[in-house]
Design a protein. Structure first.
Length: 296
């Protein structure tokens, strides 16, 4: 049985840890509110931009062909893995690693065996993990330090340039989609080449939408497509950012609860150990007194 000093030391240590996890939960909750507001504002814009682009592309037909929509034989693949910069967020990062590995095994096993799978890591954890396993494109460990559209745009432009020049035949992004504080869903979505978007059931058909093209249909479509690609990647990063804070908040809440349960057990152990020590001392005193009385 541990000594009273050891038990007291453990109780102090657990209490200190519990205070830290409580503080981290509060910080994550504050950051989550801002991150959640950001993604909720962007989602309608991204969806509307996709719908407009889909209508314009349908109206343009074969007259307008984007270099980002050309499907090629898939020999070289770029996977954009979006993680966090820090840990202590439960299975948030490990789920992305599993998602990327599953995507490679299911869709790009042949390319991986040939060494033709490259990772663009957004977030320090992905950079550290895949830096030892797969070729990396660029260094985007600074994105979440000052998250903005401009910082994400650099990564999107590098991926777009790689696809446009034929360096990569397909670009896929893997990220955590934010649902709520306790739920994040790993998504693997094709970013390039562009895939036609299915319009909602109640959405108007492209032929029924009246657009006035100025300056020209081709120029508008060619301008909107790169912008749409950048917005989609930015949306995925914002989803991941909100998911990270939600996962960390949940993990810290669970850690705080576990620390509370451990404290109960340690205090019970402390009381039992103290009671046993007192009982032992009493027995020693009684035994000594009896021995003294017998010797007289």
């Amino acid at each position: 049985m541990a000594s009273l000093k050891e038990v007291r030391s453990r109780i102090t240590s657990v209490q200190s840890t519990q205070q830290i996890t409580k503080a981290m939960k509060m910080v994550a909750a504050a950051k989550l509110r801002r991150a959640q507001d950001n993604i909720l504002r962007l989602r309608p814009y991204a969806q509307r931009l996709n719908n407009i682009l889909g209508n314009l592309t349908a109206l343009a037909g074969d007259d307008v062909v984007s270099e980002y929509g050309v499907a090629r034989d898939v020999n070289r693949v770029l996977i954009i893995a979006i993680t966090s910069d820090r840990g202590l967020a439960g299975a948030f990062n490990s789920n992305i690693f599993k998602g990327v590995n599953a995507t490679i095994q299911e869709r790009y096993a042949t390319q991986a065996a040939a060494g033709n799978v490259t990772v663009l890591a957004i977030g320090r954890k992905a950079h550290e993990y895949y830096g030892k396993r797969l070729p990396l494109l660029g260094n985007y460990t600074h994105v979440f330090g000052k998250l903005s559209f401009d910082t994400v745009r650099e990564a999107a432009e590098q991926a777009m340039e790689g696809f446009r020049t034929g360096q990569y035949d397909e670009v896929v992004m893997v990220y955590n989609e934010f649902r709520n504080v306790a739920t994040q869903i790993v998504r693997a979505e094709q970013l390039l080449p562009l895939v036609p978007n299915e319009l909602p059931v109640n959405a108007p058909a492209a032929s029924n939408v009246d657009y006035i093209f100025e300056p020209s249909k081709e120029e508008i479509v060619q301008t909107l497509i790169p912008q749409s690609i950048k917005v989609q990647l930015y949306k995925a990063v914002l989803e991941s950012n909100a998911s990270e804070h939600g996962a960390r908040m949940t993990a810290m809440e669970k850690a705080t609860e576990n620390a509370g349960e451990l404290l109960k057990q340690l205090k019970l152990t402390y009381n039992r150990t103290r009671q046993a020590a007192i009982t032992t001392e009493i027995l020693e005193i009684v035994g000594g007194a009896e021995a003294l009385a017998a010797s007289r």
